[in-house]
Design a protein around this ligand. Structure first.
Ligand SMILES: [Zn+2]
Length: 427
């Protein structure tokens, strides 16, 4: 379908905002500014009161954890995982993963997220089904906890998911391999996973250096900090998406730069779990690729990427006692371009000719958008995801006027509640 988005203020790759028409042909942006000759749109979207931004990219989440939203809060990561989250996750079946991911998809589309990097346990094919049906873009990884039984079967399953789904759903699904973390995967297993990833050419997604406890235990058990420890397994030779990266020293920075490791910074989750503050201003200064992630909805507790964009701009200012620590432009760049690069997506994350038509139109009618001094500042500091009006992914309209076109919102809420009732009975 050919779509003309008319009269929007457009956030351009250099972070300037200019009035432009956007021409979409099939899955791509084919022109900006003037209407192309011979371009006859099938549909015109009047975007005169709107700001057009590239779709937000959630660089680290666990989509189906929406089912555990507000199930356990205000606990340390280690207790939260071992006492609350893992026991109930053990009771999850295929349809829990499906409806949890569907609930996440509703929330993501309605808040302007067009792509997400997901890491979760078994039944990743259910998440792939949701990606295919919803129209979203998903970078899927079956997270492996190797201290539980059957880790080699899980690895074989990850490899077959890669073979089945990498490039599926018109290219909207890509697949990574994922050792969950160094504290759930012994080094010999990470080595085996790295070798498999190397054989099939898959990139990897892992939690790294999230808490002080992780670093202390790693030092105690292996005599090394998390980054040198995992470096020795060969994992980083694959393209790596590393979630969190909160506790880093100079040697860790050297390793991140040496292997071009891409960071998924999760300010909301790090704040809620009391994990610490990742050295993001230094990462940006040293040209490390940084995207933003919500982490799972049970440690955030939503999947609202505009909230993460605001948090990254605010958190580092207060932490560094420096109002220039992370600017509004840097924050939104991390939420879009940075995220796309971090999760390994080409031609995504910018409103530019030749890029995929992953576009979010944000209404500027509400009070926080007046007066109109600076749309970029309003997007980061005063607007909200409730202002998201229309969402396109790969040139397909997934929401228009806040009405979803691919998903049945009410049915998804009903089924998600039903899954949770059963889970609570069985865990
Ligand atoms: Zn996580």
């Amino acid at each position: 379908m050919n779509i003309l988005i008319k009269g929007a203020e457009v956030l351009l790759p250099d972070m300037s905002v200019k009035p432009q028409d956007i021409m979409v042909q099939d899955d791509k942006i084919t022109a900006l500014g003037d209407l192309q000759e011979n371009f006859i749109p099938d549909k015109i979207i009047n975007a005169r009161e709107m700001l057009a931004i590239p779709g937000l990219v959630n660089a680290h989440t666990h989509a189906s954890m929406t089912l555990l939203r507000s199930y356990a809060d205000d606990m340390a990561l280690e207790d939260w995982l071992s006492q609350k989250i893992w026991p109930i996750e053990d009771a999850m079946r295929e349809d829990d993963l499906y409806w949890g991911a569907a609930l996440a998809a509703v929330e993501m589309i309605k808040s302007g997220t067009t792509a997400f990097a997901d890491m979760y346990g078994p039944y990743m094919r259910e998440v792939a089904k949701v990606v295919a049906e919803s129209g979203l873009r998903g970078v899927l990884a079956r997270g492996i906890v190797a201290v539980a039984p059957g880790c080699m079967e899980k690895l074989a399953d990850s490899v077959s998911i890669y073979k089945e789904y990498h490039g599926a759903a018109e290219g909207r699904i890509t697949v990574m391999l994922s050792p969950h973390s160094l504290y759930t995967c012994p080094p010999d297993f990470i080595e085996k996973l790295a070798a498999e990833a190397g054989k099939i050419g898959a990139e990897v997604h892992i939690h790294m250096a999230e808490t002080i406890t992780e670093t202390e235990n790693c030092l105690k058990e292996y005599g090394k900090r998390p980054f040198p420890h995992v470096e020795a397994t060969g994992l980083f030779a694959q393209g790596t998406l590393a979630a969190h990266c909160v506790h880093l020293d100079d040697e860790d920075f050297r390793i991140i730069k040496k292997y071009n490791i891409r960071v998924a910074h999760c300010p909301g989750s790090n704040m809620k779990l009391g994990s610490g503050v990742a050295p993001v201003p230094r990462m940006l200064k040293e040209n490390i690729c940084v995207g933003l992630g919500t982490d799972g909805a049970s440690s955030n507790n939503n999947l609202d990427m505009l909230e993460e964009v605001r948090l990254v701009a605010l958190l580092h200012k207060v932490h560094d006692l420096d109002p220039l620590a992370v600017s509004a432009a840097e924050a939104i760049k991390m939420g879009t371009q940075g995220g796309a690069e971090a999760v390994g997506l080409q031609d995504v994350g910018k409103i530019a000719v030749g890029y995929k038509a992953d576009i979010v139109l944000i209404s500027r009618k509400n009070a926080p958008w007046h007066p109109r001094h600076n749309p970029l500042s309003q997007l980061v500091y005063s607007g909200s995801s409730n202002d998201v009006d229309t969402v396109l992914v790969n040139g397909q309209i997934l929401m228009e006027g806040r009405r979803l076109t691919t998903l049945d919102e009410e049915k998804i809420y009903f089924e998600a509640e039903r899954c949770v009732e059963r889970l609570l009975r069985h865990s």
